[in-house]
Design a protein. Structure first.
Length: 255
């Protein structure tokens, strides 16, 4: 009996069928992988804020129970320190300062920003100005804008401490329009403040000032938030940010 011939390989049709099956599987798996990546980034962001919130409490223990200044300036910005610089010794790493979701604009900003020393670190998280105030003698003096104690916050569970920054909000009481995914980005913005009452830097939140702004909804339309009581969650800006929002006011209670 003659031996059957040995097949040399696949036919063209078989190869095309295999390629089509792989393409179909890839089309099914890639969206799931992308969603899993986004969820992982959102979780990492919340963990960052949780750890920075803890660092802030450790700082307060050494600072008469007060939050770090949102910023400290001497003369004409010859010396400047931001809230994340004050927290740096309590977390021993600058990695926690950056949300894992980094837009193209923020990457460009990061590439051009001088960061050769710890005090020149950058952050895409923003601190509530009402909590930290500022220390700029003769300009925005700490006697007028003091750093608060946590014990002076009326509703710690609803008062925002830290969040994803930064966007250029509209000065409106309409929560659906103030900040949206289409809002102009302020890469590297590290102060979050009320667009309707943004003293001492009046107009700075809603104009092109790079340091002051609103939250950035970079997690599928949501922003990660650390509250004064230490808990963290992810919310749409329309839930808590608009002109006159009580969520940034330590002396008010959200109804």
């Amino acid at each position: 009996m003659a031996e059957a011939g040995i097949r040399a390989g696949f036919t063209l049709i078989e190869l095309l069928v295999v390629i089509a099956i792989i393409a179909i599987l890839a089309g099914m798996l890639l969206p799931a992988l992308s969603k899993a990546k986004q969820q992982g980034q959102a979780t990492a962001c919340l963990n960052n804020l949780r750890q920075m919130s803890l660092a802030s409490r450790l700082y307060a223990e050494d600072s008469d129970g007060r939050y770090p200044f949102t910023f400290q300036v001497r003369d004409n910005n010859v010396f400047r320190k931001a809230w994340f610089n004050f927290l740096h010794p309590y977390q021993q790493t600058t990695n926690l300062l950056l949300c894992p979701v980094r837009t193209k604009k923020f990457k460009e900003f990061l590439a051009n920003y001088p960061s050769e020393s710890p005090d020149k670190a950058v952050s895409n998280y923003a601190m509530n100005f009402r909590l930290g105030g500022c220390d700029w003698p003769g300009v925005w003096d700490t006697k007028n804008w003091p750093a608060l104690r946590e014990t002076s916050v009326r509703s710690p569970v609803t008062t925002v401490h830290l969040t994803d920054g930064g966007s250029k909000p509209l000065r409106t009481t309409d929560p659906t329009k103030c900040v949206t995914p289409a809002s102009v980005e302020k890469p590297g913005c590290w102060i979050v403040h009320d667009p309707a009452n943004d003293a001492p830097n009046t107009g700075g939140v809603t104009n092109d000032d790079p340091n002051w702004g609103g939250p950035h909804p970079r997690h599928n339309g949501r922003s990660a938030i650390a509250f004064v009581d230490g808990h963290v969650e992810s919310l749409r800006p329309s839930k808590w940010y608009w002109a006159g929002t009580p969520w940034l006011k330590p002396d008010e209670t959200v109804q």
